[in-house]
Design a protein around this ligand. Sequence first.
Ligand code: HEC
Ligand code: HEC
Length: 405
Amino acid sequence: MRDLNTRGPTTVRQASTRAWTGLALCLAGLAASSCTNAPLPATALRPSVVGPDYDSYKNACVSAIRGNGGPVMMPDRLQCTEGTVLPITQNDNVIPAQHNSDEHRFTSATQCDRPPLLQLNPKNGQCMPNSTLRVFRVPQEGVDEKDYPYAALLCRNYQFRSADAEKLKPTYDDIAMIVYSPRTTNACFFQKLSDSAAVIRAAAGAEPVVAAVADEALSGANVPSPFSPDASGFWLSPKKMEDLTACTTCHDANPLMRSPYAQQSASGAGYFPARRASQAYGVVGLDYFGEAWRKYHQYFAVSGSDSKTCVTCHSIGPGETSGVFLNYSAGAPAPSQIASAPFDRLHWMPLPLWSGTDQGWHDKYDKSVTKLRVCHDQFSGSKKPDPDCGLTHLLDLYTESGISR
Ligand code: HEC
Ligand code: HEC
């Protein structure tokens, strides 16, 4: 089912799709709410209309994450320092980053085993220490523990800050959060950048590359949760987020991006939500964010038995998961990554890591990787990918109730 948000204030951009969808649902007798002006029932899962202001987005998120379950017990304040410090290693030895005097170890020439894959600042390189990631479950009343929403809080350094300095005053350049309910399959994206970082990110335009050193750093202490009453004082409004590269450019077919760097925060299997191929995933505010976000919110259901080996466990979207990230996972060293690394560090797919011979990996996955590259290139070259790519929109996976099938 496409879109149940058929009433309320809409932007010009959304109005026509909304009207059309509403009419279609109404005619098909699928969504009674599309045919009347009655308020949406409290149980509707994608009910609120997102506008340019933060609070409309927050309210839409709260109800889309909550669904027809009870309240989501998000803590009011979050601490970046409660996350796992993502280690920067060389041959599995952590590069010391405790003291201010360790700064010289982290230059644009520094290489490491598992650099962050999101490009930070070419001037400083990728191997920046003391960023933190915390993935946690948020209790929800009336819902099975296994269905509690996930929250991921990522506090990134684009420049060197020692562990000592972070202890004294936790400070970062980029604080981002994703909240995802495995039950409603909806996800919300929250971002805070220092002003200068935001300007540089915006200027990066179509290039899904981020480059900034913030002049004014962000405090990672007592971060208002995105659902707290005063959250609009911290997190970017949808209007501001529109100036950034769409989150779905990379978080395209799955809400959470798992790089070997991010994976280091995992304390065990199941830490991140498990996923499966062609799984539903809803993005709250997609209508507001428009085509820039919507176009990547798809996946390739590739056909041909040899072409499918990379998409048996999870889907791969037409954004950067089939672009740079596919390449990094299949042998191409990422920026600042040690290029002489062992085979399974450069071929970090599938997971669990490949334990067969190098040739065995190529025999099994090369055709699939090549196919996905072709699909990606056609898509990013604004061509309609050939039919074997099976481009499928994630919007088509929503059920009327929003509950995952
Ligand atoms: C250019 C690609 C790209 C874009 C655009 C992007 N991300 Fe990410 N994101 C990543 C990668 C890659 C990771 C994994 C960490 C790493 O290796 O840098 C990640 C990880 C995250 C995480 C940690 C949880 C997880 O999924 O692993 C959060 C939170 C996050 N991103 C939020 C956002 C938000 C909010 C936006 C939009 C404002 C956004 N991202 C846009 C690439 C991107
Ligand atoms: C045996 C299952 C399996 C297979 C096969 C597999 N992957 Fe993955 N892939 C995973 C898991 C697990 C993750 C981490 C995310 C997670 O925990 O669900 C992942 C994550 C990724 C990511 C990181 C971006 C993201 O969305 O998190 C990319 C890129 C990726 N896979 C590409 C590939 C490619 C290319 C192939 C084929 C060479 C492949 N995968 C085959 C299991 C698999």
